[in-house]
Design a protein around this ligand. Structure first.
Ligand code: NDP
Ligand code: OXD
Length: 316
């Protein structure tokens, strides 16, 4: 079948060059970057990252939206979004990147890299006391697909692992907590907090000073550490700074920020106990994700059910 005979794909992104996505999706389908006219009936699919507001609202035959990402808050933010299924990314390549990022950051805090980097700059030869992983509790906030992957990666090191989710979950070797009633006990038992939640109305701003002050105070690392690779608006940047400066938090690794890119004026950049990456924990590469999206479009047209569909009621 020719590329033009099948439903066309609207590709709408902000914040990066969509060239590679365009090239790869175009191998099998006709791809449109700006729909013209706005009510083009030949467009049946949309592939999106922070789409322009309202760009989908007039398309009469839109059938499925595909998110270029595991999170979908960037799509749901559009108040003119049509009511069609939204498929999110669940893919080995993305999960592997995230597992590696979490393992890297947890080990970095555990093995006191910030201290040793600072000592190196000052040419200080001092052997700081090191505890074993089995003495340290990592709490994974958002124990879904990526949270579980992170837990699997960390278990062999010997870390004690807690997971927190909305509904009760189970995993061998993990202490699972859920819901509001589970949050305080989960935090009280956690030395390194790993945030892998989706951004929803319920989770917006959840990582604030009050939450951080519930992390284990007398743990083996000399203070709790935070790793946020979920979404920036889960946290309040200024409250993280406050928590660091008040001694509530020892260190932080932040991949995401309330506003991205992080403003050059943000004090987070120069804080000696903050490690920053530019929303790069697990990038969605077109080479790995465009193919599965095209496969899902074909399967959908054969009448097969869509996979990894977002629940609009919960927002993830
Ligand atoms: P999942 O939907 O598989 O998991 C989400 C988890 O969060 C689930 O355990 C869910 O609970 C839990 N959760 C949701 N809402 C609440 C709540 N109100 N209270 C408690 N727990 C809650 O998502 P993924 O693991 O695939 O991805 C997680 C997030 O990671 C994405 O939404 C995205 O924002 C972020 N991400 C960041 C990347 C980066 O590069 N920085 C890359 C990829 C993703 P339950 O199990 O009960 O449903
Ligand atoms: C995602 C992301 O949601 O890249 O996948 O943040």
């Amino acid at each position: 079948m020719s590329a033009t005979a099948r439903g066309r794909v609207l590709l709408s992104v902000t914040g990066f060059n969509p060239h590679r996505w365009y090239e790869l999706l175009s191998k099998e389908r006709e791809v449109v970057l700006e729909p013209e006219p706005l009510d083009d009936p030949s467009i049946e699919y949309a592939v999106l990252w922070k789409q322009k507001r309202g760009i989908l609202s007039k398309l009469p035959n839109l059938k499925v939206i595909f998110s270029i990402g595991a999170g979908v808050d960037h799509i749901l933010a559009d108040d003119l979004l049509p009511d069609v299924p939204i498929v999110r990314v669940v893919a080995d390549n993305l999960s592997e990147h995230m597992r590696e990022y979490i393992a890297w950051r947890v080990l970095d805090h555990h093995r006191q890299s910030m201290l040793y980097r600072s000592q190196q700059r000052q040419k200080i030869w001092h052997d700081a006391r090191q505890v074993l992983a089995k003495e340290v509790a990592v709490g994974i906030m958002g124990f879904g697909h990526l949270g579980r992957q992170a837990a699997e990666m960390l278990l062999p090191f010997g870390f004690r692992i807690n997971g927190w989710s909305r509904r009760p979950q189970e995993m061998a070797g993990i202490s699972c907590y859920s819901g509001e009633e589970g949050l305080t006990p989960f935090l009280n038992a956690t030395d390194i907090l790993v945030v892998l939640l989706p951004l929803t109305p319920q989770t917006d701003g959840i990582v604030n000073r009050s939450l951080l002050s519930k992390l284990r105070k007398d743990g083996p690392l000399g203070g709790p550490c935070l790793i946020n690779a979920g979404r920036g608006r889960l946290q309040r940047d200024d409250e993280i700074l406050k928590a660091l400066d008040e001694g509530i938090l020892k260190e932080a690794s932040l991949d995401v920020f309330e506003q991205e890119p992080l403003a050059r004026t943000s004090p987070l950049w120069n804080h000696p106990r903050v490690f920053i990456t530019p929303h790069a924990a697990a990038t969605s590469y077109a080479e790995h994700l465009a193919g599965p999206m095209l496969t899902q479009m074909d399967a959908f047209e054969r009448g097969e059910p869509l996979r990894n569909v977002v629940d609009r009621a919960t927002g993830y």
